[in-house]
Write a protein that binds this ligand. Structure first.
Ligand SMILES: [Fe+2]
Length: 384
């Protein structure tokens, strides 16, 4: 066996099901946390979830300090502010509650609290030397999967760029996946986050880092999300659809955390860095063009994805990649996603900068076909 064929699969302890969030106190206690640092955002506080969990922690004798100054695309300055607050309050463990933004910010705080320095110095793969404090996540969107992944994506505002940190040390200890929490997610984020999860599964499945272990999760994620996403979007009271979306997102996260991603994410990150565009929205607008670009380099795999999402064998035989793009676009339309990057204010004059950033994004490495910068520019142009 050569090194190229070695594969590793890592994941946190997972508790899945309605009410899982209330296990937070038990796990804080199990992990020896006496003063929890809760990282969240204002929307989650307004939804009432924090009050419930913080009171339960305090009733069990665990103090809680709440940090909620986290933007939609979490910033390095917010990681710094959070780390200072963590230290000043003598915290000894982190509980992240929210979407990808609070969870990625929490991972940044975990890194700095034990490694020191500036968060930018940990950019890239395996640059972290010391394990962080205990980290428990409670995801509130069915999309980012930051609660299971070894990725943290942060925004360096001064340089208008996003960068990635990839390390086994930032895989949370525990994730409490509770479908009840989807009930307060605004409708449009059900669509965008669902498409983020779908993109995770598709990119993991065609990734050059995929394996039979990650394929299992990627294919199951595509199947579940394809069926459940329109129902979860249109029927907000449908608890089974919410449950399925949380499960689909979990499978997608397990796949991409271990197989990595591809060109959609490499191109989406600069859009969020430069324009602060929500991550799932950026992915959903880029996915069709990247499928067209990649198709011939992973044809059988894309055909399988198309079949799972409802394209007939006949349609795929006759129309090839257009059949796959057709079912992906059809799913997007069912959840209110339409339009282009240009509609979101993306300017032609920025395409070169966006493309330069995409070319150095870590996610591009495992794309099935490695583009040059002109090809990336053409793909942004096509999605404009
Ligand atoms: Fe993503």
């Amino acid at each position: 066996m050569t090194v190229d064929t070695l594969r590793k699969f890592v994941m946190p302890e997972v508790i899945f099901g309605e009410g899982a969030r209330m296990q937070a106190v038990r796990y804080l206690d199990n992990l020896g946390v006496a003063h929890a640092f809760i990282v969240t955002d204002p929307g989650i506080i307004n939804a009432g979830w924090i009050r419930e969990i913080a009171s339960a922690a305090e009733a069990a004798g665990i103090s809680a300090t709440i940090f909620s100054q986290v933007s939609e695309n979490p910033r390095t300055t917010e990681v710094d502010a959070g780390t200072s607050m963590y230290r000043e309050n003598g915290c000894d463990g982190i509980l992240a509650i929210g979407g990808g933004s609070p969870m990625d910010c929490a991972k940044g705080i975990a890194i700095l609290s034990t490694n020191g320095g500036m968060i930018q110095q940990y950019e890239g793969v395996d640059q972290i030397h010391h394990m962080g404090p205990p980290l428990i996540c409670i995801p509130t969107t069915a999309g980012s999967s930051a609660d299971v992944s070894q990725f943290a994506i942060l925004n360096e505002q001064e340089k208008l760029r996003k960068f990635g940190i990839i390390s086994k040390t930032i895989i949370p200890d525990v994730t409490l996946v509770d479908p009840d929490l989807l009930s307060t997610l605004p409708e449009k984020f059900i669509g965008y986050c669902g498409f983020d999860a779908l993109t995770h599964a598709i990119e993991a499945y065609v990734s050059t880092g995929s394996s039979s272990l990650t394929d299992l999760h990627a294919l199951e994620a595509i199947r579940i999300i394809g069926e459940a996403l329109p129902v979860a979007y249109h029927e907000r009271e449908n608890r089974e659809a919410a449950r399925q979306m949380m499960l689909g997102s979990l499978h997608a996260g397990l796949a991409f955390s271990n197989a990595s991603l591809g060109l959609v994410h490499a191109m989406a990150h600069p859009l969020s860095g430069l324009y602060d565009l929500p991550h799932g929205e950026a992915n959903s607008l880029l996915l069709p063009e990247v499928i067209r670009y990649n198709y011939l380099s992973a044809q059988a795999r894309y055909n399988r994805i198309g079949e799972i999402l409802g394209a007939s064998e006949e349609d795929i035989q006759k129309n090839g990649v257009e059949a796959i793009i057709g079912v992906v676009r059809g799913l997007a339309e069912k959840v209110g996603i339409s339009g282009s990057l240009g509609d979101r204010g993306v300017l032609r004059r920025d395409i070169r900068t966006l493309s330069d950033h995409a070319m150095v994004d870590g996610c591009i490495v495992t794309n099935p076909l490695l583009p040059d910068v002109e090809e990336v520019m053409r793909l942004y142009e096509a999605a404009l």
